[in-house]
Write a protein that binds this ligand. Structure first.
Ligand SMILES: C[S@@+](CC[C@H](N)C(=O)[O-])C[C@H]1O[C@@H](n2cnc3c(N)ncnc32)[C@H](O)[C@@H]1O
Length: 191
């Protein structure tokens, strides 16, 4: 099986890197049945499914997984939560989404060191545009703390935090992943 690790963290900010990465993943799937990488692990994927199950999300409302990679997040949601209620034809032609999930995509965008600032602003404006006024934005990051993300996403308000295990090192306690649920401030819609 081919090696998929990046040779430097900045590669994760480049489109060519991801094109190559998922081409290799597809080949590995076709050749070996390997489902590929689940970013931040199966437990965090399960936490997303659990959040949907516990928050009375209407199964008919559209969900977007931004930067979906190999699609495992949506596959697990369909299998474990949406099940027979999924209406595939209506999921792909929406301009507004009730839930937007980001697991590792904002992190990747921020690693494009040359264009990070511009891309971050574009990304945040896109999320503002795509999220319905009462919708939820689930953001999983391994590069930013809760405080940093809330500074970046000023036009959003924190709704909830998905609990992830803490780790201790050198007398300090922290998390390897930050998982926030945000909503838009009322009247925030960029055109
Ligand atoms: C760390 S992977 C996470 C994939 C997926 N969300 C998951 O949980 O498995 C980062 C994703 O961000 C996407 N990505 C990176 N830079 C992007 C950009 N500038 N615009 C859109 N997507 C981007 C990549 O194609 C990739 O799917």
């Amino acid at each position: 099986m081919e090696e998929l690790s990046p040779s430097s963290s900045c590669e994760l900010g480049r489109r060519e890197y991801w094109n190559e990465f998922y081409t290799t993943e597809l080949e590995n799937f076709e050749d070996y049945g390997d489902i590929g990488d689940i970013w931040f692990g199966k437990k965090n994927l399960a936490r997303i499914v659990e959040w949907f199950q516990n928050h009375g999300i209407d199964k008919c409302l559209p969900v977007l997984d931004v930067g979906c990679g190999n699609g495992m997040t949506l596959i697990c949601l369909v299998l474990d939560f949406l099940k027979e209620d999924v209406k595939s034809s209506s999921m792909f032609c929406k301009r507004e989404f009730h839930v937007i999930i980001d697991k590792g995509t904002y992190d990747a965008i921020c690693l494009d060191v040359e264009h990070a600032e511009k891309k971050r602003k574009q990304y945040i404006n896109q999320i503002l545009n795509l999220l319905s006024s009462n919708g939820y934005f689930l953001l999983f990051s391994c590069n930013w703390t809760k405080e940093e993300l809330l500074l970046h996403f000023k036009d959003f308000m924190l709704q909830d935090e998905i609990e992830v295990p803490s780790i201790g090192f050198g007398g300090k306690v922290g998390q390897t992943v930050t998982a926030l649920v945000m909503k838009k401030h009322v009247s925030k819609h960029i055109s």
